[in-house]
Design a protein around this ligand. Structure first.
Ligand SMILES: Nc1nc2c(ncn2[C@@H]2O[C@H](COP(=O)(O)OP(=O)(O)OP(=O)(O)O)[C@@H](O)[C@H]2O)c(=O)[nH]1
Ligand SMILES: [Mg+2]
Length: 299
């Protein structure tokens, strides 16, 4: 790919929690690079996913949902990564959910758009809206709220109208050489991706009992003749959460392992032996030393 012919740019995907940012990035990239979930604040790190489209390379940066409160150091770090993604971006995808378009979105758009160049508004979850005529006032409302280059409705879950999202983004992509070789879908490492798959299963299973404060650290990943051996620690913030995460006779941990293993097997393309341990680090999300140790960028 010569730099004369090619185009490449970074696209920050930003919005309130739960609007479908990670689902969109996965769908566009064609592989699960970011975990998703029905609860807000699933994403904690800005994860990159790459889509090559003809001579264009679109580097999507999934981001944590814009928080209502910055209550803990972890939340502050998450919001810092949204800001950093906005500053790095050639294009911003401002994402909204058609099921839940509120004044909170409006306030956030007003704050976010100052100083940004090209912003494409994407109205997601249109599969949930019937009849489709209800979409028109929402699209108009978005147009009134922000100075957007375009406003595009879509469904990240079903894939509806995503080709138009891509076309709109490609139009505004700067000329330049590709950042990633063809075939590479993300810059996230294997241990991070495995940890995230396990965290997704934990969050989906335990969101009511242990809503926050779950963290997965892959301590050991080794390829042997029999397949991959993985040793991962599930960190929790309170001793009393331990029996909930482990379950009776370890049944919760076993279920987490069983649901994570097929995805990890696909990622590693081999058999997987997964060992999970639960450990307590009191209030780790409020402890800057713990956050540094767990790989968060504490400024
Ligand atoms: N019906 C419908 N559901 C969707 C669509 N896109 C995402 N979802 C669902 O919405 C929920 C949130 O999706 P995520 O992709 O995790 O949302 P997010 O914006 O990344 O959330 P945070 O990381 O918490 O900020 C999940 O249950 C998804 O399955 C869509 O187009 N239609
Ligand atoms: Mg997300």
């Amino acid at each position: 790919m010569t730099s004369e012919a090619s185009r490449c740019g970074t696209i920050a995907v930003v919005g309130l929690p739960n609007v479908g940012k990670s689902t969109l990035v996965n769908r566009l990239v064609g592989e699960k690079v970011a975990i998703t979930g029905p609860r807000p604040h699933t994403t904690r790190h800005a994860v990159r996913g790459v889509l090559n489209h003809g001579s264009a390379q679109l580097v999507f940066q999934d981001t944590p949902g814009v928080a209502r409160h910055h209550s803990t150091p972890l939340h502050r770090i998450m919001q810092g990564s949204v800001q950093a993604a906005l500053e790095d971006a050639d294009i911003v995808v401002a994402m909204f959910s058609a099921t839940d378009l509120t004044v909170e979105d409006q306030r956030w758009v007003e704050r976010m758009q100052a100083g940004q160049g090209c912003i494409v508004a994407v109205l997601n979850k249109v599969d949930r809206i019937k009849p489709k005529t209800k979409l028109l006032p929402m699209l108009q409302q978005l147009g009134d709220w922000g100075d957007f280059t375009a406003v595009v409705p879509c469904s990240a879950a079903s894939g509806a109208n995503l080709d138009n999202v891509v076309l709109e983004l490609v139009k505004h992509l700067p000329a330049g050489p590709w950042l990633f070789p063809p075939g590479q879908v993300t810059d996230a490492g294997l241990t991070f991706r495995i940890g995230e798959i396990i965290r997704e299963k934990l969050m989906r299973r335990l969101h009511a009992e242990v809503p926050y404060g779950l963290l997965v650290e892959v301590e050991h990943l080794q390829q042997t003749k029999k397949g991959w051996r993985i040793h991962a620690v599930i960190w929790i913030e309170r001793e009393q959460h331990k029996p909930i995460v482990i379950g009776k006779g370890g049944d919760v941990l076993k279920a987490i392992g069983s649901s994570a293993r097929p995805e990890i097997r696909r990622l590693l393309e081999g058999d997987v032996h997964l060992e999970l341990w639960v450990k307590v680090r009191e209030s780790w999300s409020a402890d800057e030393n713990a956050l540094k140790r767990f790989g968060f960028e504490v400024s």
